[in-house]
Design a protein around this ligand. Structure first.
Ligand SMILES: [Zn+2]
Length: 225
């Protein structure tokens, strides 16, 4: 049977391009706590603060550059074509800027927004640091197209279908603590998929992997191409 590769990338891959993570800094992101800026309750309480935070993250992501791990995954996609599937927990666009064409952002995208009523995502590179954006059609608030803690990730049906079709699951730079992504390994293994982990330290769900390659994604992925 032809190899079919499912790749899941997490914050570690973006961190190597200089983008911070909540986990890497004691649960704080430039002084913001998760529950202040990345939950539906935070949005209800203080949408201005939430938009200042995501505007700052847009600026940071625009200034960052894709790294060797992003480029390695883009080459794998070119080699495998339809037999390659990239699912990322990251909301930046570094995979796309490295040349990946078919990326599924299960936690949403930093460069998209949506009206809280109309609900249709659209590309958005604006910064909302002084005034809140409103929908041109219905005047409701525009929110970041980000899956916050407590919200349902995107593309789950498609993701589980692809997991079943895969022959190999490669998990890169994710701590194994955020569900449902952390559970993909178990699902994959149950359907006979070979599971491989790449990251600088053992993930929390290490026992679910057939193979663990310790090292940074930028060291290891170029060698796997
Ligand atoms: Zn609207």
């Amino acid at each position: 049977m032809a190899e079919r590769l499912f790749v899941l990338t997490g914050a570690g891959v973006s961190a190597e391009s200089g983008l911070p993570t909540f986990r890497g800094s004691g649960g704080l992101w430039n002084g913001y706590r998760v529950d202040q800026v990345a939950t539906p309750e935070a949005w209800e309480d203080d949408p201005e603060l939430v938009w200042r935070f995501y505007s700052m993250r847009r600026r940071d992501a625009l200034a960052a550059q894709p790294n060797a791990a992003h480029f390695a995954l883009a080459s794998m996609e070119r080699a495998l074509g339809e037999r390659f599937y990239l699912c990322t927990q990251n909301v930046d666009d570094l995979h796309e800027r490295a040349g990946s064409d078919r990326v599924r952002h299960m936690h949403g995208s930093l460069f998209a927004s949506r009206c809280v009523v109309c609900n249709r995502p659209f590309a958005d590179l604006a910064f909302y640091e002084t005034a809140l954006p409103h929908c041109g059609k219905c005047d409701a608030l525009i929110r970041p197209h980000i899956v916050w803690f407590g919200e349902m990730p995107l593309y789950l049906d498609e993701i589980y279908r692809e997991l079943e079709l895969a022959t190999r699951l490669l998990v890169v730079g994710t701590s194994g603590s955020v569900y449902p992504a952390a559970g993909f390994v178990k699902t994959a293994r149950q359907s006979g998929v070979r599971t491989v982990y790449v990251g600088p330290e053992e993930p929390l769900n290490v026992s679910a992997f057939d193979e663990v390659m310790l090292g940074t994604a930028t060291e290891i992925l170029p060698r796997l191409v």
